[in-house]
Design a protein around this ligand. Sequence first.
Ligand code: 4NP
Length: 159
Amino acid sequence: MVNVLFVCLGNICRSPMADGVFQQMVKDAGLDDKIIVDSAGTSRYHIGEKAHAGTLKILKEHGIDFRGRARQLTTNDLRLFDYVLAMDQSNLSNIQAMTVADDEKASVSLFLQYAYDEGLVSVLEVPDPYYNNRFDAVYDLVHKGSQALLKHIRDEHKL
Ligand code: 4NP
């Protein structure tokens, strides 16, 4: 089993979008019995809340019914998950500051690193739509990022 966790600040905009999109891609590839997908936020701001209306709307437009509730990232997540994908550099720094023994630790990276390395995107950070409402731009990045991530995981795990 491969465990994948998307992380942003609030776990209501970007990481739930990636959670929903990636989960759908995994299902479409027939890999939902091999890859487990979840998301979390580095902050406590929105614990227990549904995803932002902008995220739910764009997911629905793409046929994805997302039911997750926001939760905060824990050090245990860094032990349980194989891949922890940060939406921006600030999230990445916050995750890296959490102390977990190196030999127990997930692979922690920027979510868009894989898509960037493949030339699918020209930025490494998913911009926060919380203040500018650009959920469409976020969806585009999340979709490309998910395609490249799934390809990487399939290659690495021979799936
Ligand atoms: P997210 O967006 O990290 O993509 O879920 C945000 C959600 C809430 C806040 C900031 C960003 N906030 O400051 O409450």
